[in-house]
Design a binder for this molecule. Structure first.
Ligand code: F6P
Length: 320
């Protein structure tokens, strides 16, 4: 293997830079040249690509976002779009590809492999942590910590004003951020897309708490479970509580990656290069049973990742 490409695709995730750094430096360590592909699959199609050196990835391990920038490319979803990208594989003489992103990026990687047989390794990076084949994706830990920081701050003002706060967190169609942030932030209720809930039950629990003398409450809503604003309105109508809604939005995705995300990015990036160098062709790296490893890309996309019911029940018990 003499030359590989690396790109980041989909929503940026803190820790992607650590993974890019590891890919570039591990490749250089093995004597393999690295081409950085900008703006994900969009830059792949448009040949927005340039060689990376040791210095290209200096001073980035602590930075959020992605130095390669990212995009969600509609054109790569089409065969002509992917064929244009393959022209650039030939032009830049790439013999392997590392794709850092979420499940959409993995699907693109799989499709590209099936059509052109270019060896590809996927590195899971999405704050949503919703890729079925891995317990952890790069960026999730930072996003959860960002959400918990916000909940802590909201608690100060919630207590002072004796208010109910609805905090809407990201996660697209999954509730992993909401569950972890809700449990760590001591939320009174956590509303997830995976588990049905009744607003009346949420209100009943809130009123029980207030009768017991609770001065404030925080409810964490995963964006996939419904609009925080709508849910806040409904709860206010039923309970009459002074209710405020905070939608955390993209704040969760930015900022300094946690040590965990940097370590994960470094380990997965290095492993991806090792696999390419050793002749592997279509794998995803990730974490299972707490250990870093690699699995077939198809297998990593199969099924649905399930919510930890025990953690959900525990959050309910601890927030009575
Ligand atoms: O997939 C990551 C994510 O942040 C989701 O949690 C969220 O629903 C979506 O991306 C937001 O997308 P965009 O940044 O394109 O608005």
């Amino acid at each position: 293997m003499q030359r590989i490409g690396v790109l980041t695709s989909g929503g940026d995730a803190p820790g992607m830079n650590a993974a890019i750094r590891a890919v570039a430096r591990k490749a250089i360590y093995h004597g393999v040249e690295v081409i950085g592909i900008k703006r994900g699959f969009a830059g792949f199609i448009e040949a927005d690509m340039e060689p990376m050196h040791v210095g290209s990835v200096a001073d980035i391990i602590h930075r959020g976002g992605t130095i390669l920038r990212t995009a969600r490319s509609e054109e790569f979803l089409t065969q002509p779009g992917r064929a244009r990208a393959y022209e650039n594989v030939k032009r830049f003489r790439l013999q392997g590809l590392v794709i850092i992103g979420g499940d959409g990026s993995f699907k693109g990687a799989r499709q590209f492999y099936e059509e052109f047989r270019l060896p590809v390794i996927g590195i899971p990076a999405t704050i949503d942590n919703d890729i079925p084949g891995t317990e952890l994706s790069i960026g999730f830990d930072t996003a959860v910590n960002n959400a918990v920081d916000a909940i802590n701050k909201i608690r100060d003002t919630a207590t002072s004003h004796e208010r109910l706060f609805i905090v809407e967190v990201m996660g697209r169609n999954s509730g992993f951020i909401a569950l972890e942030a809700g449990l760590a932030g001591g939320a009174e209720s956590i509303l997830l897309p995976e588990l049905p809930f009744r607003i009346e039950d949420v209100c009943h629990k809130l009123m029980r708490g207030y009768r017991r003398g609770k001065l404030h409450s925080v409810i964490v809503v995963a964006e996939g479970a419904g609009s925080g604003i709508e849910i806040g309105r409904e709860i206010k109508n039923i309970t009459g509580f002074d209710t405020k809604v905070t939608v955390l939005g993209h704040l969760q995705r930015g900022g300094t990656p946690t040590a965990q995300d940097r370590v994960l990015g470094s380990r997965l990036g290095a492993l991806a290069v090792e696999l390419l160098v050793n002749g592997h062709r279509k794998l995803a790296v990730g974490v299972r049973n707490g250990r870093v490893g690699s699995w077939d890309l198809d297998q990593c996309l199969q099924g649905e990742k399930v919510i930890d019911l025990q953690a959900y029940k525990l959050a309910g018990i601890l927030s009575i």
